[in-house]
Write a protein that binds this ligand. Structure first.
Ligand SMILES: [Zn+2]
Length: 108
């Protein structure tokens, strides 16, 4: 018995960053609170977040202006070449591992 073909929604939710790291796509992350949008290359987000689905990206980010997470949305865009001229893309230059001490008080 053949398996049921996946619906379009299931296909979209299954698409991960690696599927779009071809150079033709960008991930647009919007903050609805600050009205700020930034564009990222999927290959950079893949390095930072792993091979997650496009729908999960916004949860990994925090707005740099308002520091909120709940107003962010991430969309995959493939702008026509005329819109790429002069478009600002945020590229990953470095990932810093920050050492953060966690303390607890103990009775002696
Ligand atoms: Zn914001």
């Amino acid at each position: 018995m053949p398996e049921k073909a996946p619906s379009r929604v299931e296909v979209l939710s299954a698409s991960t960053l690696r599927d779009y790291a071809t150079g033709a796509y960008y991930v647009k992350i919007d903050c609805a609170f600050c009205q700020v949008k930034r564009f990222y290359e999927p290959v950079d987000l893949l390095q930072l977040c792993g091979n997650i689905s496009v729908r999960q990206i916004a949860k990994q980010f925090r707005c740099e202006q308002c520091k909120r997470k709940d107003y962010l949305t991430a969309d995959l865009v493939s702008p026509p070449s005329r819109e790429l001229v002069g478009m600002s893309v945020r590229r990953l230059t470095e990932i810093r591992i920050i050492r953060k001490p966690i303390w607890k008080d103990v009775k002696i």
